[in-house]
Write a protein that binds this ligand. Structure first.
Ligand code: B4P
Length: 190
């Protein structure tokens, strides 16, 4: 199985590049952000809890995310591989993912770490905010999301360096240029 973790700050292009990767490699896509937004839209129990965190730019608690992901993963049992988009975001999430995949006889194949300058991240998210209708694409929430990213999520890079899975990808430039770099990295491990 080809299991790809796509990682980076908010606005680094995770969702954008995931769409291209799933087409090229016929992978299943699990975006924790998309699953949470769908739970919010349907006003489920999880959606109601998640809303408070997301609007403040905070991470949803690990336990809720890990339980949610386990269910989604079970629905992809016959998959050729999965792209994990926006997950893991903390060390406990990365440990839980490793355990879940190992129990299913597989593991993460590669972790792509998209590197984008902070002013470019803010610019992209504000631009998206004009049309997305997302309650977290405003300057105040973007600033909290970036702070949370630096404190809680960025240290995860070392976890994957230790696993020998980490590949840094320059995330500046056109969407096609960045995808070219990603394909090179994936083709080297598949
Ligand atoms: P996500 O949905 O994962 O949000 P994101 O990080 O902002 O999005 P992404 O990185 O995919 O956006 P992209 O750059 O592609 O999470 C939202 C919230 O949900 C989190 O803040 C958190 O509260 C919660 N959550 C999600 N997962 C969680 C977890 N595992 N644990 C706890 N909480 C969790 O797109 C940004 C914009 O840039 C787009 O408009 C795009 O068109 C544009 N863009 C992309 N590439 C570009 C390029 N090369 N040039 C110009 N523009 C570009």
């Amino acid at each position: 199985m080809l299991n790809v973790v796509i990682f980076g700050a908010p606005g680094s292009g995770k969702g954008t590049q995931s769409e291209l990767i799933i087409k090229e490699y016929a992978l299943d896509h699990i975006s924790t952000g998309d699953v949470l937004r769908s739970e919010m839209k349907n006003e489920t129990e999880l959606g109601k809890i998640a809303k408070d965190y997301i609007e403040k730019g905070q991470l949803v608690p690990d336990e809720l995310i890990v339980n949610m992901l386990a269910k989604v993963l079970d629905s992809k049992a016959n998959s050729k591989g999965v792209i994990f988009d926006g997950f893991p975001r903390t060390i406990p999430q990365a440990e839980a993912l490793k355990k879940m995949l190992n129990e299913r006889g597989t593991d993460v194949s590669i972790m792509l770490n998209l590197q984008v300058d902070e002013d470019e991240l803010i610019k992209r998210l504000l631009e998206r905010g004009k049309v997305s209708g997302r309650s977290d694409d405003n300057l105040e929430t973007i600033k909290s999301r970036l702070e949370v990213y630096h404190k809680q999520t960025a240290p995860l890079a070392d976890f994957y360096v230790n696993e020998g899975k980490h590949v840094a990808i320059k995330g500046m430039g056109t969407i096609e240029e960045i995808f070219g770099r990603i394909k090179e990295a994936i083709n080297a491990v598949k």
